[in-house]
Design a protein around this ligand. Structure first.
Ligand code: NAD
Length: 497
């Protein structure tokens, strides 16, 4: 049965008729599961007007009241996570355990945002001058915009909206049109938690909706996550229209394995980080840099593990699900074809995988390449699929240079038992998030998530202290309550005295 998925505005589903729609598929079967309405400029304007109006009361709502709603939302999210995971798997394809994992990582940000009273505290300096006190306060921006990618339909929006809402902002979120239903489910949870209507609005659509968000004067900030070319466009257009923008882009994450590393741990980690979620993670490891002489042994250990991965429908007993769309499956397959044509050694070939599913799902099995060189497209490009490339190098310096020369700088990992080497790596590598014997170093909610170079445009990372800073504006107040000893007229510049 095909579902009709529409916008959530002012605490309810939109009742209008859309002139443009998109198709939503179950990637495990290839069957169409829904039709999603696409917003036009007028509808976006309507939603922003609702959010703008709601922002006046929400910003004035006491912190205690806002926090009590955050706690209620956290409880609902936790108690209904299985339902949400099923929605994610049905539209994205990732296996259910992985869908649950993304919800719990998003929930951590909700829990962090429950601490907003502490996070919003300003400073106070008494008697900076005679009878004068100074203090700082942080206030919400107003209406904030979030534009999210297909690969984490629940977690990535939760990097942003819990903090934005707790800080007193109202939200317009435009989810990926490929898996739009998760945010509608979350919108209902917010309503059930007692969030006032108009504070959280979900507007579905494509470029037309996004472009209006970028230019609308009442949207004060944009938090974008997606591919690098679009991230760059979002950053340039949003900032040109006076907005704060944090635009997180694509990735090519390297794992550097030193000769002294525990090779079984490194092989387990490479497989988990390379093929989890079919490689559709911005923190997936896609390039493994092996420092000789361990490459032969490491590749053999990885190949043995890869051959045991069960590819199939995410609702079944599978380790790895399908890719998100037929077009994406074809793109990943063409990269594998190119890798073979360009001379890499294909150790495990996922192109003809027999997947455990009904129908014609968008499957590619885990694929392992060895002897990859830096001029090959499987090395230079973000493939965003289950393809792991092994690059062999002779020294640590050669491996480090290769990582630093790559245009992306999202995540990286080093595997070694040498603390000094790991410490040197964390200092020298030009990447935003680093794992030391940890393959997917996604920071906890109270730290901030973000890459360097072409993996992030803007200067603020997601969640943690930087998230609180992004969703608030600072004011500093200098105050004097008159007493009988005021000093009379003085036209000089105020100095302390
Ligand atoms: P995408 O760039 O195609 O889409 C992201 C969002 O932008 C979607 O909401 C989409 O509707 C919108 N969009 C697409 N084309 C647009 C256009 N021309 N103009 C305006 N808006 C447009 O990305 P995706 O395929 O959904 O997601 C995968 C990408 O996201 C990968 O590159 C991945 O690395 C990246 N990603 C990065 C992070 C990170 O933290 N750096 C996290 C998750 C995903």
């Amino acid at each position: 049965m095909s579902q009709h998925i529409t916008h959530w505005i002012n605490g309810q589903l939109w009742s209008g008729t859309s002139d443009r729609t998109g198709q939503v598929f179950n990637p495990a079967t290839g069957a169409q599961s829904g039709t999603v309405d696409f917003a036009n400029t007028e509808l976006m304007d309507h939603a922003v007007a609702i959010a703008r109006q709601a922002s006046i009361d929400w910003a004035a709502t006491s912190i205690s009241k806002r926090v009590s709603i955050m706690f209620a939302f956290r409880e609902l999210l936790n108690s209904r996570k299985e339902e949400l995971a099923a929605i994610i798997t049905a539209e994205h394809g990732k296996v259910l355990s992985d869908a649950l994992g993304e919800i719990s990582r998003g929930q951590e940000v909700v829990e962090f945002a429950c601490g907003i009273p502490h996070l919003l505290k300003g400073g106070f300096s008494e008697s900076v001058s005679t009878g004068v006190d100074v203090y700082s306060i942080r206030q919400p921006l107003g209406v904030v915009g979030i534009i999210s990618p297909f690969n984490f339909p629940a977690m990535v929006p939760m990097w942003f909206f819990p903090i934005a809402i707790a800080a007193g902002n109202t939200v317009i979120i435009k989810p990926s049109e490929k898996d739009p239903s998760a945010q509608n489910f979350i919108a209902q949870l917010w309503k059930d938690a007692g969030l006032p209507d108009g504070v959280f609005n979900v507007i579905h659509g494509d470029k037309e909706a996004v472009d209006r968000m970028l230019t609308h004067p009442d949207i004060k900030s944009i938090s974008f996550v997606g591919s690098t070319p679009i991230a760059k466009y979002i950053y340039e257009t949003g900032t040109a229209h006076g907005k704060r923008v944090q635009a997180l882009g694509g990735a090519k994450n390297h794992m550097l394995v030193l000769p002294d590393a525990d090779l079984d741990l490194a092989a387990d980690s490479a497989v988990n980080a390379g093929f989890g979620s079919a490689g559709e993670r911005c923190m997936a490891i896609s390039a493994l840099v092996a420092i000789e002489p361990i490459a032969d042994a490491l590749v053999a250990k990885i190949a043995e593990r890869v051959s045991k991965i069960r590819t199939g429908d995410g609702t079944r007993d599978s380790d790895m699900g399908p890719l998100v769309t037929a077009a994406h499956r074809d793109k990943v397959k063409s990269y594998i074809d190119e890798g073979v044509a360009q001379g890499a050694t294909i150790v495990v070939d996922g192109r003809d995988v027999i997947a455990d599913s009904d129908g014609a799902g968008y499957f590619i099995g885990p694929t392992l390449f060895d002897n990859v060189t830096t001029n090959m497209s499987i090395y230079t490009d973000e493939i965003f699929g289950p393809v792991l490339s092994v690059v062999r190098v002779a020294t640590y310096d050669e491996g480090l240079k290769l990582i630093n020369d790559h245009p992306y700088g999202n995540g990286t990992a080093i595997f070694t038992n040498d603390g000094g080497a790991a410490r040197r790596f964390q200092n020298e590598v030009e990447v935003g998030m680093i794992g030391i014997n940890v393959p997917i170093p996604v920071p906890m909610a109270y730290y901030s998530f973000g890459g360097w170079k072409s993996s992030l445009f803007g200067d603020t990372h997601a969640h943690g202290a930087e998230g609180v800073h992004f969703f608030t504006r600072g004011k500093v107040v200098t105050s004097r309550w008159l007493d009988p000893s005021h000093g009379g007229i003085n036209l000089g510049f105020p100095t302390n005295g």
